[in-house]
Design a protein around this ligand. Sequence first.
Ligand SMILES: [Cu+2]
Length: 416
Amino acid sequence: MYTYIILEMISALAGAVAVIVFLEHILRQRPVREFFKKRWAFIPSIVFVIAFFGGMIANKTYAPNFAMPPFMHSHAPGGISAALPFGKVLEFFRNQSHFERVADISADPNAVPPAIERDAPAEVHIDLRVREVVSEIASGIYYNYWTYNGQVPGPMLRVREGDTVILSLTNDASSLHHHNIDLHAVTGPGGGATLSDVNPGETKTFKWKALNPGLYVYHCAMPNVSTHNSHGQYGMILVEPKGGLPKVDKEFYIVQGELYTVGETGKRGLVPFDSNALVAGEPNYVVFNGRIEDNVPRMKANVGDRVRIYIGNGGVNLISSFHIIGEIFDTVYPEGAMGQGSSVLKNVQTTIVPAGGSSVVEFTVDVPGKYLLVDHALARMNKGAWAVLEVSGKSNPEVFSPVVSEHDSGGSMHMH
Ligand SMILES: [Cu+2]
């Protein structure tokens, strides 16, 4: 149990002595080659080599996969490390001028497909294109995002319970990596990932039946899955229940996600992906819709509107405690569950959105003003986990208003 400490200490000490002897020789400005001509020179050299290998033998550390189930050979499924292959990193820098620059990576929270009016199942065709692009996390902080359709999250998809979906996934020819798609709404191996592994430039199509209603996450499941996910490859698909959802005035689409970058949060320039931070679960950025908001507010409603938010969590490590400061969700579809037999929750302050999961919240806006959407693990606001809903309209003093005290208005204080 203690052997490694003794070995490491001896090794460090011997190595240090050997290096000192060698440095002493150089500092006296004697040519290096004379050092090796000396008859005793082999002694520190051999000591150094022994120390080096002694240290290597003493340091017994399991491979990162040691805590995984025995049938998996990496710290993520598929035997591929979380780190990007060094060759791909070089290739990125060699070809960096070829990567598309996207001005705004963030999916528009207003881009929710309209409610489905059909009362019978149909065949629905969906095309998605994977694009590896360069865009900004915040002004001047550039990141190599991997996306569905050049945005994070990927587009919100909407089908009806019982629909047959023909989904085509294209991997843009400019990509450096394989990609695929796993939709949690799919019944079948890999949620479609096994049928949609696409090389750069390739398209694959598969068919699936939307058996279960609900709000589902989709994401890339190419090994290393966490690496692909945390580059921005996630989005949501709503499978509307047969009877549809109640009509509302406004619907919004928000997906929380994490970004793991080398260096401190806020470091400017092109920030590379940090696989160690990913495995440790310490993101530099936790964001709503791909980046830190700067074009606010993007979500708007009027007093009296009934609002529904489709909220998801692309992960990969954190659970979101979704909350709106100054609102109460009068209705929550917990974990995005809906359809026959499921029940909604009433009057919820904060709803859990699991990694790779969702929630649907509804409320009526009664008072004008700005409402902050947050993950109520509030330190994450410092990492970007917020968005703004602006409500316009007449004030509603019966629900919310200041009380001007007699002291403020110059009158005397009264006891009641
Ligand atoms: Cu991917």
